[in-house]
Design a protein around this ligand. Structure first.
Ligand SMILES: Cc1cc2nc3c(=O)[nH]c(=O)nc-3n(C[C@H](O)[C@H](O)[C@H](O)COP(=O)(O)O)c2cc1C
Length: 370
């Protein structure tokens, strides 16, 4: 598939996840493979123009981090236009506009989900951005403000007329937050509303089968994965293979999970500095541990690290402790293996508590209302 003039290697996208989709994470995912396109965390347009340090860190990239879109939020047309120009100067491949964020700070200034409610104003803002840059401009939205205002199909049509190159649709309303299941019929309505631009579906894709289900049910051109990527960084590679061949590849081995965990950690140290990187990694490592089987000592130690040495010691201690759950080859005994991930669309009321526990919670913190 294409976004503007960019030919993508797969139709699998990384959804922006504020606090997670930083350069170290994107490079880790790209090295594993299968990822066709990534987007930064959302960046305040004005902060970017002011050269704010945090904003510059959010847009930091590298030659291997391609293709990349910077996601902007804001509501002042001139600022959004100038920020788009700034993104183009930085060498990014695309600019994405956040129209889905339900956080009060963003909606309060007329950005994020508030943009879904004023189509005329939003179209004018978008036209200003599209006209100012050569790179494609895309938009990410929810289905609407609430169930009585499912504006996404109308908005998508208006945006297409204004010149956006693609739209990303998270199949929930702003009022819904993260509750309930993603509404595939709602995404399908957006696919049917546009004339030619690709619609990329998003929400609850946590397995290769769930990605295929979304493509089949909605007719969307691609699938964007958020929480499923930090739960399972291999999801893009496994999904790309599944979509191409119909075969589900094996889950990565424990050794491979540890290798990638170490690479990811080292990138954090390089990008943020050792101490800060180690502290930030405390919220990343537990996601890997969810697929380790027994991991109590790891989870306890890893949330105290402040250096590379702490990290190494936590891993070494954990590996020694884990041996008691393994056979002579070092493989986890079957009874200790974690339950396989099951996509929410396959679950029903008869599902076991173990499977329900597998649902990916929205991380706590300032973004827990996304
Ligand atoms: C912690 C967190 C941070 C998020 N940050 C952003 C963001 O910066 N911009 C955005 O458009 N969406 C953001 N989202 C929404 C995701 O991009 C995505 O639309 C949503 O999580 C549904 O997809 P998923 O079920 O694959 O996670 C965030 C979601 C979470 C859980």
């Amino acid at each position: 598939m294409r976004i503007g003039s960019h030919e993508l290697t797969t139709n699998l996208f990384l959804s922006p996840l504020a606090g997670y989709t930083n350069l170290p994470f994107r490079l880790t995912l790209r090295e594993i493979g299968g990822l066709g396109w990534a987007t930064t965390d959302l960046v305040n347009a004005r902060s970017l123009l002011e050269g704010n340090r945090t904003a510059l860190k959010l847009v930091a990239s590298a030659p291997e981090d391609r293709p990349l879109a910077i996601q902007l939020f804001g509501s002042v047309p001139e600022e959004m236009r100038d920020a788009a120009i700034r993104c183009e100067e930085l060498g990014t491949q695309s600019v994405d506009i956040n129209m889905g964020c339900p956080v009060r700070k963003v909606v309060g200034i007329g950005g994020g989900a508030a943009m879904m409610t004023e189509l005329g104003r939003t179209a004018a803002l978008v036209r200003g951005m599209v006209g100012a840059v050569k790179i494609p401009v895309t938009a990410k939205m929810r289905l609407g403000w609430d169930d009585d205002n499912l504006t996404a199909p109308d908005l998508a049509r208006v945006l297409e007329d204004a010149g956006v190159a693609a739209v990303f649709v998270h199949g929930r309303t702003r009022a819904q937050g993260f509750a309930g299941r993603v509404n595939l019929a709602g995404i399908r309505a957006v696919v049917q509303a546009v004339r030619a631009i690709p619609v990329i579906g998003n929400g609850d894709v946590t397995t290769p089968e769930a990605a295929k289900h979304m493509l089949d049910e909605t007719g969307c051109a691609g699938v964007s994965i958020g929480r499923g990527a930090f739960y399972d960084p291999w999801i893009f590679r496994r999904t790309a293979h599944f979509l191409a061949t119909g075969e589900l590849p094996a889950e990565p081995t424990f050794a491979e999970r540890m290798r990638v965990l170490r690479r990811h950690f080292e990138r954090y140290c390089e990008f943020y500095g050792e101490e800060h990187g180690a502290r930030l990694f405390r919220k990343v490592a537990p996601w890997y541990a969810k697929r380790f089987g027994p991991a109590k000592t790891f989870k306890q130690r890893i949330i105290t690290i402040t250096s590379r040495a702490d990290f190494d010691a936590a891993v070494e201690e954990y590996l020694r402790w884990r041996a008691q759950f393994c056979d002579e080859q070092g493989e986890l005994l079957p009874r200790f293996q974690p339950a396989p991930m099951q996509a929410s669309f396959m679950q029903d009321e008869t599902d076991t508590p173990a499977l329900q526990r597998n649902a990916i919670p929205v991380p706590k913190g300032p973004v827990d209302v996304w």
